[in-house]
Design a protein around this ligand. Structure first.
Ligand SMILES: Nc1ncnc2c1ncn2[C@@H]1O[C@H](COP(=O)(O)OP(=O)(O)O)[C@@H](O)[C@H]1O
Ligand SMILES: [Mg+2]
Length: 436
């Protein structure tokens, strides 16, 4: 369909849609539209096309997509002040960190900053710390990219490297996220960018979130922290960040809030993108180092043979696998097997450790990341099966390189690449793992 929009007005397009400007002049988050270039608006995303010179658009709307015209530019004036402020820094590199709640406009603000910095001929890197709504790497990872030309969607940038967190919310893995961001942050700087724009996850409210965000800022030590506020939700973080330069920017009123379902389906677009051309690979367990063993009952430390025999005796059965870890004992049994709770208690008493019973089949669908011998990230995969008899792991993945390390995540993906872990979402702090 064709649509004419007068100069000064903004066309809001809710995806899935594709938009093309036929005549006139329009921009989206600082990206100048040119004729004969189709802009894709993904499902769950909204793009504001601010019209500078009366424009005619050619629009294709997908299922449930919609458009709406508003009177003004929906980019808050404080966003412009923010990049002007950034450009005034004389010493490079300049690191800018963005804080804000879920759906406050963090990604859009980053996109806008990046585009404006590129117009000013700067070398710009984006470090994406939002594992729940990743723009750069696969879902459940943090990642970075260099922006070579302006974009309307950071999803179109190519990730240089990623760090697998394995969950969609940082609340249970605060240290891991900090470590990941800090190490990728160092790597980014070694490539000598003029600006590093660091996006973060939307967990900002409550004591734990505040102390986590403060730690994150301290580790990355940015030159400036941009706080996107809707109300006063960042006040506790702002107060705690005494020694950092901060600037409050507005959350646009034209924001489109996404339901938990929408955020999940946006992540699923990420699984599709990063699992394209995947095949099932069989990886021999003997050659692999596995991280997060307790989820699947793997691990090197298996106790002495005599010890093991005694434990089997106490269990009253021979499990598929038995692993004694530092703080717990993992027992893997067949789908339909059953162990007397009394026997489990006996083993706990004998080993002085908690016994975790894992049923074969529970591992199916777990999101994993694959790494080479130097632990460089190679890509993600979905665990299809652990064959305890053959001592191999079947993983659905596009990675074809040699794999040395596999990290097991807590999110589950089904064969249609739908996320099936219940309640694993950014604003869900007490998410349930597949075991409970
Ligand atoms: N200025 C704006 N005008 C119109 N829509 C916007 C604007 N800023 C953000 N949006 C839309 O609102 C939604 C949420 O913004 P986003 O930047 O993804 O938030 P966050 O990264 O904080 O979750 C997105 O679909 C985005 O395109
Ligand atoms: Mg975002």
């Amino acid at each position: 369909m064709k649509r004419r929009v007068e100069s000064g007005r903004t066309l809001l397009v809710d995806g899935p849609a594709s938009v093309e400007v036929v005549s006139g002049k329009a921009e989206a988050f600082g990206f100048m539209l040119s004729s004969a270039e189709k802009i894709v608006v993904r499902e769950g995303k909204r793009l504001p096309f601010a019209v500078e010179k009366t424009a005619t658009f050619n629009i294709l709307l997908g299922e449930n997509a919609s458009i709406e015209e508003v009177e003004e530019n929906t980019i808050p004036p404080s966003w412009r002040k923010a990049w002007e402020e950034l450009l005034s820094y004389r010493t490079k590199p300049v690191t800018a960190m963005i804080l804000g709640a879920v759906d406050s406009g963090k990604t859009s603000f980053c996109t806008y900053l990046i585009n404006e910095l590129l117009h000013a001929k700067q070398k710009v890197a984006v470090l994406d710390g939002d594992m729940g709504q990743s723009d750069i790497g696969p879902p459940c990872t943090i990642a970075y990219a260099f922006a070579k030309k302006p974009v309307t969607d950071l999803f179109d940038l190519k990730a240089e490297n990623a760090y697998f967190v394995g969950v969609t919310s940082p609340s249970k893995t605060v240290d891991k996220v900090i470590e990941g961001l800090a190490s990728l942050g160092k790597e980014v700087l070694s490539d000598r960018p003029d600006f590093v724009v660091v996006n973060t996850d939307g967990w900002v409210e409550g004591e734990e979130a505040v102390s986590y965000k403060v730690k994150l800022v301290e580790h990355l030590n940015p030159n400036i922290v941009f706080c996107i506020q809707q109300r006063e939700e960042l006040a506790p973080i702002l107060n705690a960040l005494e020694n950092f330069r901060k600037m409050i920017v507005d959350s646009p009123s034209a924001i489109r809030h996404r339901s938990r379902e929408k955020r999940k389906s946006l992540r699923e677009l990420g699984y599709v993108k990063y699992l394209r051309n995947a095949k099932v690979r069989s990886l021999p367990l003997n050659w692999l180092q596995i991280e997060e063993n307790e989820l699947i009952g793997m691990g090197a430390k298996r106790g002495s043979a005599e010890n093991t025999r005694k434990i089997y005796e106490l269990l009253g059965m021979k499990p598929l696998r038995f692993t004694e870890l530092r703080d717990r004992v993992c027992v893997v049994i067949g789908k339909n097997r059953w162990i007397d709770t009394e026997n489990i208690r006996k083993v706990e008493k004998f080993t002085k450790k908690n016994v975790v019973i894992i049923r074969k089949g529970e591992e199916q669908g777990l999101l994993v990341s694959l790494h080479d011998a130097e632990r460089h990230f190679l890509g993600i995969g979905v665990l299809r099966e652990i064959d305890y008899m053959r001592n191999a792991m079947k993983v659905y993945t596009p990675v074809s390189e040699e794999v040395s390390v596999v990290a097991i995540g807590r999110v589950k993906i089904d064969k249609d690449l739908r996320e099936i872990t219940p309640f694993a979402d950014e604003d869900e702090q007490n998410f349930t793992t597949f075991k409970s």
